[in-house]
Write a protein that binds this ligand. Structure first.
Ligand code: S3P
Length: 188
């Protein structure tokens, strides 16, 4: 079978960053973007887990959410100060926008895209999730309603592009992101 063609993107050495609530498709879209552009995919949650040597639910349970948020800030600062030789697609944890400093860092780091997805779609997509501490033993709809109300302005502040992605299929989202990234970086 022939490999899918790669559509390289000149991002001037900067990453494309995906933000949005849990289940909005950051990882899935990140994979599609990575395949399309040939850019490697990084995941802030996975990097933190590897650095600390334990899974996120354990970090939350043992050190608390505030500690996890501080790790996210440290990672964003590091990525800004140490650009990788190959620009990447970066998928982030849904709460990375909660800290004001992170919102500023996200805008400076590269082209940041908010995947805006309806609560109904988020509930379907996270129905089988067992590794998200904020969704354990709780009324998931109420959690999503609260997080959506709290974080919507933060995603809007952090992102260069707001994409309504509730019904769009993953490849359409990836193509749209590439088109908009091309325009953004052309003016960089
Ligand atoms: C969180 C989202 C998770 C992970 C952690 C906290 C949040 O990432 O960072 O469980 O606060 O919304 P995903 O958005 O990839 O599920």
């Amino acid at each position: 079978m022939l490999a899918a063609p790669i559509h390289p993107l000149d991002t001037k050495g900067r990453p494309i960053i995906l933000i949005g609530l849990m289940g909005c498709g950051k990882t899935t879209v990140g994979k599609a973007l990575s395949k399309r552009t040939g850019m490697p995919l990084l995941d802030t949650d996975a990097i933190i887990e590897e650095q600390i040597g334990c899974p996120i639910p354990q970090i939350f349970a043992e050190k608390g959410e505030a500690h996890f948020r501080a790790l996210e800030t440290a990672l964003l600062r590091y990525l800004l100060q140490n650009p990788t030789p190959n620009p990447s697609i970066i998928s982030t944890g849904g709460g990375i926008v909660v800290r004001p400093e992170n919102r500023r860092l996200l805008r400076m780091l590269g082209f940041t895209v908010w995947l805006n997805v309806s609560i109904n779609a988020l509930l379907v997509r996270t129905a089988r999730s067992v590794n998200r501490p904020l969704l354990q033993n709780t009324d998931r709809r109420a959690v999503f309603e609260r997080l959506d109300a709290e974080r919507r302005p933060f995603y809007q502040e952090s992102a260069h592009l707001w994409l309504e992605a509730s019904t769009m299929d993953v490849n359409t989202v990836a193509v749209r992101v590439c088109e908009e990234a091309e325009k953004f970086f052309a003016a960089f």
